[in-house]
Design a protein around this ligand. Structure first.
Ligand code: ASP
Length: 305
């Protein structure tokens, strides 16, 4: 029986901005780690992932849950997913009903035989299981949407994401956890890229892309979803770690490879091994992230301010 460990991130981006307080971001990451570790006292690796991510979704500080960015026509459409080392995974794509898409992904994992459910059908499951309802676009997300729409952005989604990261700097969330029984889990939750076409699905609900867990490693990715899906990034991290066995080097190699293929500003990763090793690496200007073992000090990194 090992000691539970968790790492969480608040998204890879520029995090250089006009209207947010860095301390709030640090505090939210810290509290999310506390929630995840608390969950480990009575629950398992899934509880750790769900409680830590749900806290970040509720905070409104990140591009997930309550704080989600808006699509091209101004709606919230969120993606989320999770996976455990027992080989179970689930995701929800383009959902608008739940306040906490990660809780809906958990329902899909535990109550259905499916891996990914999308749109109104997934929303219907959230309603049937009485999940809390999303409050609708946040004031901040609406302001950002207006700025982006009125701006000089010619080709919507990818450029818009880069612009939004540069100016407002809030982003997708994710977590990786190891419980005392040795179960590893990974998850991600996002409002997707700002000004995306309605119905666009990113990497965050797709096992192997936005997250992955097996008996060796749990990985959560953030960045431009299209590049992460095309590279199957989280699965590649797991495969490389299986042969290399060095977590820091594995993440560095995968991010460097991604940068060569897709350019800088495209990827951030956190990962946790079965031995309890933790690592984070990104090719963006920043990626607020942190980690802790139960009973030990919390470390927060990745905001270069
Ligand atoms: N990966 C997310 C997506 O493309 C966005 C992000 O990580 O910032 O939907």
């Amino acid at each position: 029986m090992g000691r539970p460990v968790i790492a969480v991130h608040g998204g890879a981006g520029a995090w250089r901005g006009l209207d947010f307080d860095y301390k709030l971001v640090y505090d939210a990451i810290e509290e999310s780690i506390v929630r995840g570790l608390e969950a480990s006292r009575t629950g398992n690796c899934i509880d750790m992932i769900v409680e830590s991510i749900a806290y970040l979704e509720d905070s409104g500080l990140f591009n997930a849950g309550v704080g989600s960015t808006l699509d091209y026509i101004g709606n919230v459409l969120m993606d989320a997913g999770l996976m455990t080392s027992y080989g179970k995974a689930a995701g929800v794509a383009s959902v608008s009903y739940p306040r906490n898409p990660i809780r809906l992904a958990r329902l899909i994992l535990e109550k259905t035989p499916h891996v990914i459910i999308s749109g109104p059908w997934a929303d219907d499951i959230a309603r049937r299981f009485s999940l809390e309802k999303h409050p609708g676009p946040s004031i901040r997300a609406q302001a950002m949407w207006r700025d982006l729409k009125s701006g000089k952005i010619e080709s919507p989604w990818v450029k818009a994401r880069i612009e939004s990261a540069k100016t407002l700097g809030y982003d997708t969330v994710g977590a990786v956890a190891l419980d005392s029984s040795g179960c590893l889990a990974a998850g991600a939750s996002t409002g997707g890229v700002a000004l995306k076409l309605p119905g666009r699905v990113g990497d965050s609900p797709i096992p192997g892309a936005g997250f992955y867990a097996d008996s060796n490693i749990a990985v959560s990715a953030t960045g431009i979803g299209e590049t992460i899906i095309l590279s199957m990034t989280s699965l590649r991290v797991a495969n490389l770690y299986a042969t290399l066995g060095m977590l820091d080097n594995t993440l560095r190699i995968i991010v460097e490879e991604h940068t060569r293929r897709w350019g800088p500003g495209t990827l951030g990763l956190i990962a946790l091994s079965f031995k309890g090793e933790i690592s984070g690496y990104y090719n963006t200007e920043a990626m607020p992230w942190g980690y802790a073992r139960l009973g030990e000090e919390i470390r927060i990194l990745g905001l270069n301010v």
